[in-house]
Design a protein. Structure first.
Length: 169
């Protein structure tokens, strides 16, 4: 009995410790299961009952309370600077020419190095472009004239596809 009690206590402390370190609502549900298993152990329940209670309570907590907790704890989450760039419009401040590895845009007053979504298209200064992706510290942008005025999911000319590291056939 004491071995199982120590096991459940260690598991409880470990789950709470991991939760405190990560603050990601990852192990708190299992800590609840371990707590119920401790009470079952103190009531001299058989080991298989303790294990079943641990899993059942952990899963109930996970499936029924996690969505509520995530909703309330992550409601103020703001996208990072990079995440929020995709889909935004920018103004070209230095001609974008992928062949010369040159180009710069301004988004919300911040200057970014930029490359064209379509390797073959040069984008002149002053043109309004849409950010399609991010590759390292460079924005991959698309001119409204490249897709007929929409920044949809069309591929660049020639059947090329952007892979995050460059364009491939």
């Amino acid at each position: 009995m004491y071995e199982m009690l120590i096991f459940w206590l260690v598991l409880l402390i470990l789950c709470i410790g991991i939760e405190v370190l990560t603050l990601g609502l990852t192990t708190i549900w299992f800590a609840g299961g371990a707590l119920v298993a401790i009470f079952a152990c103190l009531l001299h329940a058989p080991v298989f009952v303790q294990i079943i209670l641990f899993f059942v309570i952990s899963l109930i907590l996970l499936f029924f309370t996690r969505p509520i907790a995530v909703k309330y704890f992550n409601k103020d989450r703001v996208k990072t600077n990079v995440e929020s760039m995709v889909g935004r419009q920018a103004i070209v401040t230095d001609e974008i020419d992928n062949l010369k590895a040159a180009g710069q845009v301004t988004v919300n007053g911040q200057e970014w190095t930029a490359r064209s979504w379509d390797e073959k298209v040069k984008i002149p200064v002053g043109e309004v472009v849409t950010v399609r992706a991010i590759n390292g510290v460079k924005l991959i942008v698309e001119s409204g004239t490249q897709t007929g005025g929409t920044a949809g999911a069309e591929r660049p000319a020639g059947g090329e596809e952007y892979t995050g590291a460059g364009f491939t056939e």
